[in-house]
Design a protein around this ligand. Structure first.
Ligand code: ATR
Length: 297
């Protein structure tokens, strides 16, 4: 049996949503959303669309022409989509990135559910950030943007550590103005991170360090800096437990991999398209089975 797959029937009345990306073959989103549709008995289906960047405009016109209810957008298209939207939510406009397109009567609305998905994932583990809480974010790429923006909305006191410090400075200069949060930029080194983590409540790894196929690697976080009051979030979910999370667990920290953020950003998109409350437990189980099936490939 192919784990993670759900049997759905497609009829003349079926509403279609999907994911556009390049590549898109390994996306867990079809398994996640189709399991939700099937469980709720909804006449909806979610399909993958492999869209090369040069075909974005035609693909988006296809949403209208084919009357799709909407799409998710993934790497490398998220930052290319905003100019093609009829409307952007404030969040998508501020980020310059769209991961969810909602089609309403010929109009395409671009939203970004990654940041709220990240905050909802932490809340699922019982971590509710208070204004002024110190958060150390590793990385300054696309995932970091969404995370940092969400942390600014929560009023966090943010420290970004990135290999390329100029990239982190640019991110801070772009996102911080007009918010109540604070951002400092530091270098990605053991001694600096040890110091920064002392009074931090949350450490987030948004870099790809430790991801398959190099699970033996980890960001330069000193093990002794992983104190019990620190929650460690690694956005990576392949491997299921990165070296950073293994060490966090062994040091008694609370921790989370990237699956819950994937589930929560998907659940928010699901609700935007359907106006139906998403079954997060079903979606999580579907993602987990899909990923287990994939690692056995
Ligand atoms: P994503 O959309 O997943 O965030 P990205 O935009 O390519 O992907 O960003 C990747 C992040 O991982 C960046 O912060 C990158 O650091 P640089 O800005 O210095 O390139 C970080 N990263 C990737 N490989 C790394 C490595 N070997 N060591 C440290 N940081 C690394």
């Amino acid at each position: 049996m192919n784990s993670g797959l759900t049997l759905i029937s497609v009829r003349g009345t079926t509403r279609i949503v999907g994911v556009m990306g390049y590549p898109v073959k390994h996306s867990a989103s079809p398994a996640m959303h189709n399991a939700a549709f099937a469980t709720l008995g909804m006449d909806w289906a979610y399909v993958p669309f492999e869209v090369a960047p040069e075909n974005i405009s035609a693909a988006l016109a296809g949403i209208r022409a084919l009357n799709l209810a909407g799409v998710n957008v993934t790497v490398p298209l998220k930052e290319l989509i905003p100019p093609f939207m009829d409307e952007l939510t404030d969040r998508a406009r501020l980020l310059g990135s769209v991961n969810t397109v909602i089609h309403r009567e010929g109009r395409l609305i671009g939203d970004s559910t990654d940041g709220p998905g990240f905050i909802a994932a932490l809340a699922y583990e019982g971590l509710i950030l208070k204004p002024g809480d110190k958060v150390v974010v590793l990385g300054a790429g696309g995932s970091s943007r969404a995370v940092v923006r969400a942390l600014l909305e929560a009023g966090s006191n943010i420290v970004i550590a990135n290999r390329n410090e100029e990239r982190a400075e640019a991110l801070a200069a772009e996102l911080a103005p007009g918010t109540s949060g604070k951002i400092a930029v530091v270098s990605l080194t053991e001694s600096v991170l040890r110091n920064a983590l002392t009074d931090a409540v949350l450490l987030v790894n948004t870099t790809s360090v430790g991801m398959h196929p190099k699970p033996e690697e980890m960001p330069p976080v000193p093990v002794d800096a992983l104190h019990v009051g620190l929650f460690v979030s690694d956005l990576i979910y392949n491997p299921y437990e990165t070296r950073l999370l293994f060490l966090a667990r062994s040091r008694g920290c609370r921790f989370q991999n990237g699956i819950e953020m994937l589930v929560r950003q998907g659940a928010i998109a699901f609700e935007r398209w359907t106006d139906v409350k998403p079954p997060a437990d079903v979606m999580r189980n579907a993602v987990q089975s899909y990923l287990q099936g994939r690692s056995a490939d």
